[in-house]
Write a protein that binds this ligand. Sequence first.
Ligand code: ZN
Length: 121
Amino acid sequence: MAEHGCGAIIITCIDYRFQEYINKWIGENFLPGTYDRGAFAGAAKSLDTIVEQVGISAKLHHIKKVVLINHEDCGAYGKEGRIDQHIKDLKKARQRITKQYPIFEIDTFYLKLDGTFEQDF
Ligand SMILES: [Zn+2]
């Protein structure tokens, strides 16, 4: 297998309503072919899965950056999906990934239904 790598992993929810916003945002912020991408229901809510995927991405592709994108009106959160719960989960994910990969840059976002990205929790 040839040595290969990329800079980041971008993790989002699976929700179809947000994919075009996310695609556009990625296009504006990343060069093509420089990131891994994963989608899991609830994004930061699936913390064990995310940590596992970050580990695989780090091992195979030597990433140095993790981007987590939660969103408004997330079905995986249901009634618990208030913004404070999303912020809590994004912070928890940041802490856990930082503990394991102290040098990684971690960007967290809360994507609203209108396509606005709120950053850094
Ligand atoms: Zn969702």
